[in-house]
Design a protein around this ligand. Structure first.
Ligand code: KDO
Length: 336
C-alpha cells in the first residue's frame, strides 16, 4: 500500500436572521419564530473566513423560512475540538469539524488526516463524494449521530515561521517549535514534518507567534491572511503537506426535525455555501503569494518530494495505518 507518489501540483458575532434580530429588539417571540428549528453553529473560524462568509450569505438565507441559523465564530460558544461532544449532548446543532477531531473517536478516520494523501481541491471533493467518503461519513453518523452535510475546502497547509533559516528538507525543521492544533493526529503530522509539535488552540496562535512562545504554525494561505499571522512571521515554506478539509456537520436530532422537503433544501443550501467558499479559497490561494511577498515575507517552495517521502513513510509505518480500512488508500489514489 502506498500513497499516490505524485501531486498535481471578536467579538461575539452572533448573526441572526432578520426575524431573529427583530425578536431580540422587541423582546417578544412571535409564534412563527417558535416553530422554526434553531441551528446554532460553533467554530473557531473567524467571521471573515470564506467558509463563514459562504454560510452566512447562502446557507442561512436559504433555510430561513423554517430554520434559524445562528453561527458563533472565533470558538465563542465551544472551544475548538469540543463541538462534536456538544452536538452529541444536544447543546449544539452544527459545527465545522476536522478529520482529526473524528479520528480521536473513530480510529479509521486517521486515514483522512494523513499528510500528502489528497492531491488537490478537486480530488478532495471527489473523495468525499466517493464510496470511501460515504463509508467514512456513515461511521460518524452511526457512532456520533452527526451528519456530514458537505465538505469544506480549507486549503493546502503551508509551514509559516518567525525564524529566518531556509527550510529545504524535513531535516531543516529539527528543533522548530511548530504549533499544531490539539490532538494526537495533528501532533503526529508535525513530527512527520520533522518539527517539534506543540498543541495549541487556533485562537491563541497570533499571540504565541508575537511573543515567540512558538517558532511557527501551519495553515493554508487564506487562513494566514485572514488571521494576520503574516504580521508576526518572516517566511512561508510551501510544503503543501495537507490538502486540508473540514466538514459542515449537523446533529441528527436537528436533522430529523425537518420534513423530507426541508431536508432537501438544507442539503442544497449546505452544498451551495461550501461550493462558494471553496471557489473563494482557491482564488485566494492563487493570489496570496504575491500579497505575502509584498508584506516582506520570504515565500518559497522547498524540496516537496523530500517532505512527501518522509511524511508518507512515517504514516505508513505508524500505528494509525493499522486502523485504516483495507483497500481505502488504494481507492483514494485511484480517484482521478
Ligand atoms: C487550525 O487550528 O490550525 C485549523 O486550521 C484546523 C482546522 O481543522 C480548522 O479547525 C481551522 O483551524 C478553523 O476552522 C479555523 O480556521
Amino acid at each position: 500500500m502506498t500513497f499516490n507518489p505524485t501531486r498535481r501540483a471578536m467579538m461575539r458575532n452572533t448573526v441572526l436572521g432578520g426575524l431573529g434580530a427583530a425578536v431580540l429588539a422587541s423582546g417578544v417571540a412571535p409564534a412563527q419564530a417558535q416553530n422554526k428549528v434553531l441551528l446554532r453553529l460553533s467554530a473557531p473560524a473567524t467571521p471573515t473566513d470564506q467558509r463563514a462568509v459562504g454560510l452566512m450569505e447562502i446557507f442561512g438565507p436559504a433555510i430561513k423560512d423554517f430554520a434559524t441559523f445562528e453561527p458563533h465564530w472565533n470558538a465563542e460558544l465551544f472551544k475548538q475540538g469540543t463541538e462534536n461532544e456538544a452536538i452529541a449532548r444536544g447543546n449544539l446543532e452544527m459545527s465545522i469539524a476536522s478529520a482529526q477531531e473524528f479520528a480521536t473517536i473513530i480510529p479509521a478516520w486517521s486515514m483522512f488526516t494523513a499528510g500528502y494523501l489528497l492531491r488537490d481541491a478537486e480530488h478532495q471533493k471527489k473523495v468525499f463524494a466517493s464510496d470511501v467518503g460515504q463509508a467514512m461519513s456513515k461511521m460518524v453518523e452511526d457512532k456520533l449521530g452527526i451528519k456530514l452535510l458537505s465538505v469544506m475546502y480549507l486549503g493546502r497547509r503551508q509551514v509559516n515561521l518567525r525564524t529566518e533559516k531556509e527550510i529545504k528538507t524535513p531535516a531543516d525543521m529539527a528543533g522548530i517549535k511548530l504549533r499544531m492544533p490539539g490532538g494526537e493526529a495533528w501532533q503526529f503530522l508535525g513530527k512527520a514534518l520533522g518539527a517539534s509539535p506543540l498543541p495549541m488552540a487556533f485562537t491563541e496562535v497570533y499571540t504565541a507567534l508575537q511573543t515567540g512562545a512558538i517558532d511557527g504554525q501551519d495553515n493554508p494561505l487564506p487562513t494566514n491572511k485572514d488571521s494576520k499571522f503574516f504580521e508576526v512571521t518572516k517566511q512561508i515554506v510551501l510544503t503543501s503537506h495537507l490538502v486540508d478539509w473540514n466538514f459542515l456537520t449537523l446533529g441528527k436530532k436537528a436533522w430529523d426535525k425537518f420534513t423530507p422537503e426541508q431536508q432537501k433544501i438544507v442539503q442544497k443550501a449546505a452544498d451551495d455555501a461550501c461550493e462558494q467558499a471553496r471557489k473563494a479559497q482557491l482564488k485566494l490561494e492563487a493570489d496570496l503569494e504575491a500579497f505575502f511577498k509584498e508584506k516582506g515575507l520570504k515565500v518559497y517552495t522547498p524540496d516537496v518530494d523530500a517532505f512527501r517521502k518522509q511524511v508518507q513513510t512515517e504514516y505508513l509505518a505508524s500505528k494509525f495505518a493499522k486502523d485504516w480500512p483495507a483497500g481505502f488508500v488504494d481507492k483514494i489514489n485511484a480517484i482521478k
